[in-house]
Design a protein around this ligand. Sequence first.
Ligand code: HEM
Length: 405
Amino acid sequence: MGYENDPGSIDAAPVTDWVNDWDWLDSQWGTDAIDIWNAVREVTPMAMTERYGRAFMPVTMNAVSAIAKDTENFSSRFVSVAQPDAKRRPAPPITSDPPDHQGHRRLLLPSFSPKRIEQMEDELREYSRGLIAELAGRDTADAAAEYSQHIPVHGIAQMIGVPDSDADIFRDWIYRNFQLAPRDNRVREEVTADMRAYFGDLLDARADDPRDDLATLVTNAEIDGEPIDRELKLGYLLLLILAGIDTTWSAIGSGLWHLGSNPSDLARLKGLSFDDPLWLTMSEEVLRFYAPVTMGREVIGDTTVAGCPVRKGEQVLVTFPAANHDPAAFERADEFLMDREVNRHLAFGLGIHRCLGSNLARLEMKVAFQEWCAAFPEYRIDRSKRTTWTNGQIRGPREIPVVLR
Ligand code: HEM
């Protein structure tokens, strides 16, 4: 299993022109995406490529917001930019358009309410401390492999009702889905079959033996009194595991990478009470600056975005992270300001699909940062080793070598 900053075994020519030939799986995306978006924005609000059929990449707040809000011309039925003939399978609510979307979202929403998520805090802290305890006596560590990647798996696995011990299986699905599948339909079919088999067994198990978890909620789900198709039930579970892990793992990892690279920012957190608002503003700035998630849409009506015509059948990214660096939307957009007061970032998207797991993600980030910084108040990135970043839909560090003390 590889989590390298590479596109796996699938060859593609390196990008030399990000305005006319962008590729989110190019190896520069992981490490240089922010510079790439900023450079494109100097030339155009909408870059394009023919690598996945014709597909556009908006880089301004206005263009990204216009696409995310326009569900008449942009469909979510396929939320990755991939080969045009990739098979579409439902994973509601993220792949649902109005009017179906609302019912699917309403089904899951109560499980992610602030009140429900707050109850997880003590247990998540204990879990994070357990990971830190395993580093006792060590001078160096990998803050991704030994810390940030585990916390979101633990959180969502508990909620769905699947064992933490299957974490390697989940991470393998994530790697194949996000790093390989956009270029290769065969990989998409294989990984989807693996996921469907796993969750098919889970649905059957909960039908026989219901529990207090999301898997049981989905197994027995009805919308407006009507039972839900098994295909959709599999889609809910696939989405929850994919959306619940890689995203927050990337956000926690990016924050730890930032603090380990910027000792003056880290020093401001030293000895700080866990109630101090700086923890929250710092987390929000991590979300703005290092927003991990870029989505895709299929164009279903001819229209124009930022003066650029887009046609039915083409694809667009919803490049939320690029919007977060638009100087027209944020003062000092390219500076990381730990106490930025007004921070209307788009890391969680906007419009009807705005992230349903944001309360969980924020809690996991807060707990992860607080426990790590309390344990290692002067850690730093180990520059003698390589930090690797993923490309594509979910961007974040996958190896973060650190000196702990
Ligand atoms: C820092 C972590 C996270 C980030 C940055 C993030 C980002 C996003 C974004 C940008 C969207 C909008 C998608 C679109 O417009 O197509 C979204 C939707 C969604 N997210 Fe998250 N997410 C995070 C964590 C989570 C977690 C922990 C879960 C828990 C399962 C989750 C579940 C979902 C779901 C179910 C949707 C679809 C909502 C809908 O379509 O109505 N996310 N997320």
